[in-house]
Design a protein around this ligand. Sequence first.
Ligand code: FA5
Length: 328
Amino acid sequence: MIEEFNNEIGKIESLQELQDLRVKYLGKKGLLTQQLKALGKLAPEERKQAGQSINRDKKQMLAIIDDAKTRLEQKAINAKLAAERVDVSLPAYKLSTGGLHLITKTINKLEDVFRSMGYDVVMGPELEDEFHNFDALNTPKWHPARDLQDTFWTTDGRVLRTHTSPMQVRYMETHKPPFKVVVPGKVFRNEAVDATHEAQFHQLEALVVAERITMADLKGAITEMASALLGKDTKTRLQPSYFPFVEPGAEFAIWWKSPKTGKEEWLELGGCGLVHPNVMKAVGYEGVTGFAFGFGIERLAMVSYGIPDVRYFYQGDMRVLRQFRGEL
Ligand code: FA5
């Protein structure tokens, strides 16, 4: 029997097969166990010798099984190690780090500049009512800014704000002068989109109200902002213009040397003026004056970062965004 056992165990490849073999010979109904059980039927003189022989076989089998088990376990470990082997010579995966979007960076920079000038930073709703976006800003029903072609209206008669100026009114309704605030945020216009016009963009609004605020204060604030952003003594220019909610009204520009193109030019940034008396009346202010200005943040970011087309900001093209990942 031991030869047959040896023969069989030589062919075994797995621990399961080894277990089956152990049961076949040494289990409760195993071949060797049956021999042991049959001992009782033998004559006493044969029994002793046969018993010794069977026990020798059993010992031998157990030792062989033990060896085989060690060998098969080692084989299994080796197979597992080979399968899970890590090739340390392979190039590592690159971890992709994120970065702030250029518009977020520009807004952060602007907020820092205005905070350092003593302004509070406040936010307003993007979904506005007609009163705050238009009426309270002295923009009556007939004004072209209300045209369906310029403004996104909701079915319940509200608007996606077309500028950040409605926050002038909201802030004045809930605060008493004197104060200085800026309002960065998203605005929406039903525009034919092109290289300088998006349907969704950002503005920053500034509002300062106190006694005896004048155009000189406005010019001073704009110049100070430009100097802080673009370097000391940056020139600024106001040109007469019309916005229904300021009087007098102006457009403002900064004299700017683009670090990317090296060209010097006037950069038209936005609108400004002294808060119109009708707006003051709408919020119940008396005995104070104020200035306001608002400008397009994309316009500023395009020039700062040398981006030729406003649509690049929002197309999600990683090749554009990655270029500026590390820049502040
Ligand atoms: C206004 O929105 C006024 N609320 C500005 C203002 C504030 C005037 C306070 C007086 C007092 P305007 O429509 O010109 O003004 O827009 C201001 C700036 O937003 C523009 O100069 C431009 O920089 C930017 N802008 C306007 N339309 C777009 C657009 N479609 N895409 C990107 N930027 C735009």
